[in-house]
Write a protein that binds this ligand. Structure first.
Ligand code: SF4
Ligand code: SF4
Length: 184
């Protein structure tokens, strides 16, 4: 009996001394993933059209759309990983082709295995869009605006020229017919 108790205590002490799963840094361990594994999201902001469908379908409102300073495609999803239930609906409904703009492709396991986070921000998948991308998109939109403005001005000038020519032709007609009348 005493031996049984000692063996049990030994097992408990040994178990307590072993690192617990929740405190292991799983990023440095080989993890076998099943084919339909759903992990942390990745969002390709260059592919995303800002359609909001992923945010609309999310059953736990884990997605908020970040407003970007563009005229078109001006929102991109950010995901609260603590609220997310990893159902994958956001990826399923994302309409972009051939690649989905939002994917649950894994790459971070501590959120799924109870890792401790002092900072709540680490539970968010933020958009983190590079300034160079923002600048290039703004430059593109400005170039498109200038082009549109110039085309409109060109059209206006063309219409004015056509109107002027028509007025001139109208003015010239009675003079010509008057001259013919004098000859006869
Ligand atoms: S995986 Fe499900 S719960 Fe998580 S953000 Fe996408 S739709 Fe919402
Ligand atoms: S990630 Fe997909 S569904 Fe979500 S806003 Fe972008 S394009 Fe739309």
């Amino acid at each position: 009996m005493l031996l049984h108790i000692i063996q049990k205590m030994f097992r408990v002490v040994r178990a307590l001394r072993q690192p617990r799963l929740a405190t292991q840094d799983v990023r440095h361990h080989a993890v076998h993933l099943s084919a339909n594994y759903r992990g942390q999201h990745t969002v390709d902001h260059e592919v995303c059209t800002g359609c909001d469908i992923c945010a609309d379908i999310c059953p736990v409102n884990a997605i908020t759309m970040l407003k970007l300073p563009f005229k078109r495609r001006n929102t991109v999803p950010e995901v609260n990983l603590a609220t997310c239930i990893y159902c994958g609906l956001c990826e399923d409904v994302c309409p972009t082709k051939p690649e989905k703009a939002i994917k649950l492709s894994g790459g971070r396991f501590d959120i799924l295995t109870g890792g401790s986070h002092a900072d709540q921000e680490s539970f968010w998948l933020r958009a983190n869009i590079p300034q160079s991308y923002i600048d290039s998109r703004l430059a593109e939109e400005e170039a498109a605006r200038v082009k549109k403005e110039m085309e409109a001005k060109k059209k206006e000038a063309l219409a004015a020229e056509e109107a002027r020519l028509a007025a001139e032709a109208e003015h010239a007609q009675p003079v010509a017919s008057g001259a013919e009348g004098e000859k006869s």
